[in-house]
Design a protein around this ligand. Structure first.
Ligand SMILES: Cc1ncc(COP(=O)(O)O)c(C=O)c1O
Length: 453
């Protein structure tokens, strides 16, 4: 079944976005600022252009208002323009300044607050993006262990650097007859030799992990994983999987790197590592860290970060630890310490997931909702999805796309691709959730009709 966007209906709803997209195509490759906003990522026939956001709501250039579950792909954990963070950043710009290439009290304060929250962080360095932080985490791991290889999992995304932008969403061919994954670049232009420094594994499968680690232990510097797979929908770890990963890596002297770019601060103030009670050796944070401002952090145990202390591994960046980022982090950490903020987030998310499950069940469309904390995804699938290959085999991309489109017309916004997530913020109110559920009932009825289900 291939079902595509009803283009004329879309153009009727979003005429000004269409005009802007046509102009954008002249100056911006693909008319957008990043791949996830491109037509081939699901924004078919063109992405929306946004005027402004406030709290859990955004308004597009045609004046359509949406309850926002895209949330900038995750960073808007506190909603759009949270007053406390906007004020802190504005104050920093107006009273202090942005970049000095020197230290500040604010940097110490921000680092202290982050380390207090996250069990695996004793020392951190602030950076600007998840991609940068991952590059450094891998470099530190190789230096620390004096080993060359990184084990990564299919279906995960750890940024777009040459060394790790492999097998995010590989082709079905990237597996041999014995079921071993084969390194496959995620796109052209990546140096061939990097394949030799990677071992690719299927996630959520303890047996294959055990076998691969046992066979390659002396070469593996680090295993890098998202504690929850957030880049192939929202897939939770099977009970015991992360624990086994921690035990195995410890046993063989391999560093465990948690990529908490999405999960960090989104499923709890202590990250996924706090939630699952597993302390990695190194971890990386970004999207939940800065209340919507660009910032990332890389950190871990003192004995490993000692490589950065001593200067053996250089962790640099002109914009690293800039005043805007630090003010945002410091104010965000204060916000997240407030009583009840996570209760509100978790309750909203739980209620929405429960009600969506009810609506979907009533429709008899094979589907389910998976999620945790402030993120979830709807799978249109008869079977449960535990890893990337399950998702490819069982989940319907087309039905998801129609569901996205029908929700969009109802004023509910999220990413059109089934491998992304629906995010929920601390600014979503009970009314927002009620409205979303009511709209989902209508949208699902239309999905049934359009898909002939
Ligand atoms: C889990 C994960 N790691 C790393 C990255 C890369 O972060 P950035 O886009 O800030 O470079 C992303 C981005 O979506 C991500 O989801």
């Amino acid at each position: 079944m291939t079902i595509t966007t009803d283009k004329s209906r879309y153009m009727q709803h979003f005429p000004t976005s269409k005009k802007l997209f046509e102009i954008a195509l002249k100056y911006l490759p693909a008319g957008v600022g990043s791949t996830s906003r491109a037509t081939w990522s699901g924004w078919d026939p063109y992405p929306l252009f946004i005027e402004k956001g406030s709290g859990a709501h955004i308004i597009d250039v045609d004046g359509n208002e949406f309850i926002d579950y895209l949330l900038g792909l995750g960073p808007m954990l506190l909603g759009h323009r949270p007053k406390e963070i906007t004020d802190a950043v504005t104050k920093q710009i107006q009273n202090s300044g942005t970049i000095f290439a020197l230290g500040s009290k604010l940097e110490i304060e921000a680092a202290n607050k982050v380390c207090k929250c996250i069990p695996g962080l004793e020392k951190i360095r602030f950076l600007n993006s998840g991609t940068e932080a991952i590059i450094y985490a891998l470099r530190i791991a190789r230096t620390y262990t004096k080993r060359k290889k990184i084990l990564r999992f299919e279906g995960m995304y750890h940024g777009f650097s040459d060394g790790i932008y492999w097998n995010k969403h590989p082709s079905l061919k990237a597996i041999d007859k014995s079921g071993n994954c084969i390194p496959e670049p995620q796109g052209p232009g990546l140096p061939d030799g990097i394949a030799d420094s990677l071992i690719i594994c299927q996630w959520n499968d303890i047996d294959s992990l055990y076998k691969i680690i046992k066979e390659n232990a002396s070469d593996i510097a680090a295993v890098i994983t998202e504690p929850i797979m957030c880049n192939t929908g929202c897939i939770l770890p099977k009970p015991g999987y992360l624990e086994a990963l921690r035990k195995l890596t410890e046993k063989y002297g391999i560093l465990l790197i948690f990529d908490e770019v999405i999960t960090g601060f989104r499923i709890g103030v202590d990250g996924a590592q706090g939630y699952y009670n597993i302390v990695p050796d190194l971890s990386v944070f970004a999207k939940g860290l800065g209340g919507g401002y660009p910032v990332a952090a890389l950190g871990g145990k003192k004995e490993i970060m000692q490589l950065v202390d001593s200067g053996e591994v250089s962790v640099a960046g002109t914009y690293s630890g800039n005043g805007i980022a630090l003010a945002a982090v410091s104010a965000t950490m204060d916000y997240l310490q407030r009583e009840n903020v996570y209760d509100i987030l978790n309750n909203s998310s739980f209620r929405l997931r429960t009600e969506l499950t009810r609506v979907l069940k009533k429709s008899h469309i094979p589907s389910y909702v998976s999620g945790i904390g402030g993120m979830f995804q709807v799978w249109f699938s008869e079977k449960e999805i535990h890893n990337y290959r399950d998702a490819l085999k069982y989940a319907s991309k087309d039905i998801f796309h129609i569901w996205w489109e029908e929700m969009l017309y109802q004023g509910i916004l999220f990413h059109p691709h089934y491998f992304e997530n629906m995010f929920i913020s601390m600014a979503h109110s009970e009314k927002d959730i009620d409205q979303t559920i009511a709209k989902a009932e209508k949208a699902i009825a239309n999905v049934k009709k359009r898909c002939g289900l």
